[in-house]
Design a protein around this ligand. Structure first.
Ligand code: A3P
Length: 282
């Protein structure tokens, strides 16, 4: 494994994507009722899939406990999910890691809703690094320092975190898009979920979407993925689920380099406005 597919200037795992599956994604006929979860990897995608599953089922946990998350919220650009994407459900939940620039035209035509989840990039790079050991469709990451350098250069799979976040932020005027951060989900899940949810749904969300509940739910934790694709002896997909794990991985030098690039790339972007809390470098 570890084959690479290049698309729109970014590298992607060839095991999951082909040029055909990627073109399928960029010309996808979204419906106005569709909800697309867009994220850079390791930013809280699976968490958001669970939250929305529960919201759409009005708190009924049965779908979330009996249907794998990749069928409840199929990946738009991967080769495996054509059938799931043809779902006739009134409201389709779809997931993507693709950059905004390749999906915006199809989305703009459709009025589909987008939920963009961002996470502190320092925690993203740590989580992504560990995930490379687990996921056999990703290349050997080398040392953390090597991986961090490639992450900052934007040459890891799925491309630059900075471009991804800025690209989706830049669609504010053109798409019906809701921004939230992983950190905010941690802090204010209940409040963010808003008023229209009844007490039963909120209770189910709180119970079912906690890190421990999701870690132990085989329909959400990817433990059913065969070991040829994910080497479960290397760790769990639901690894730690905390804010600030980067502090245990970054050296002071790595932190200084990261902060400098963050300032250069994101300094004048209005990332603060994407949610009430800033996904800042710190
Ligand atoms: P860590 O590796 O830092 O633990 P994605 O779903 O986008 O691939 O993101 C995976 C990351 O989100 C992992 O981070 C995982 O543990 C974390 N995560 C998943 N569900 C979570 C939850 N309910 N609460 C907190 N973190 C969660």
């Amino acid at each position: 494994m570890g084959v690479t597919e290049t698309f729109a200037g970014i590298s992607l795992p060839g095991h999951l994507h082909t040029q055909e599956s990627l073109s399928f994604a960029t010309t996808f006929q979204f419906r106005p009722t569709d909800v697309l979860i867009a994220t850079y990897p390791k930013s809280g995608t699976t968490w958001m899939q669970e939250i929305l599953t529960l919201m759409f089922s009005h708190g009924d946990v049965l779908p979330a406990k009996t249907i794998p998350n990749w069928e409840r919220a199929p990946w738009l650009e991967q080769i495996y999910f054509r059938d799931a994407l043809q779902d006739t459900a009134a409201r389709r939940l779809i997931t993507t890691h693709l950059p905004a620039r390749v999906l915006a035209p199809a989305l703009q035509q459709s009025k589909a809703k987008v939920i963009y989840v961002a996470r502190n990039p320092k925690d993203v790079v740590v989580s992504f690094y560990h995930f490379h050991h687990l996921a056999k469709f990703l290349p050997d990451p080398g040392s953390f320092d090597t991986f961090l350098t490639r992450f900052l250069e934007g040459t890891v799979h799925y491309g630059s975190w900075f471009d991804h976040v800025k690209g989706w932020l830049g669609q504010r005027q053109h798409l019906d898009i809701f921004y939230v951060t992983y950190e905010e989900l941690h802090q204010r899940l209940g409040a963010f979920l808003g008023c229209p949810l009844g007490p039963e749904t909120l209770r189910a969300l709180e119970e079912h979407c906690s890190f421990v509940a999701m870690r132990d739910n085989t329909m959400a934790n990817y433990s059913l993925i065969p070991s040829e694709i994910m080497d479960h002896s290397q760790g769990r997909f639901m690894r730690k689920g905390v804010v600030g794990d980067w502090r245990d991985h970054f050296s002071p030098l790595q932190n200084a380099l990261f902060n400098r690039l963050y300032q250069e790339e994101m300094g004048d972007s209005d990332l603060q406005t994407m949610s009430q809390r800033q996904t800042s470098g710190d």
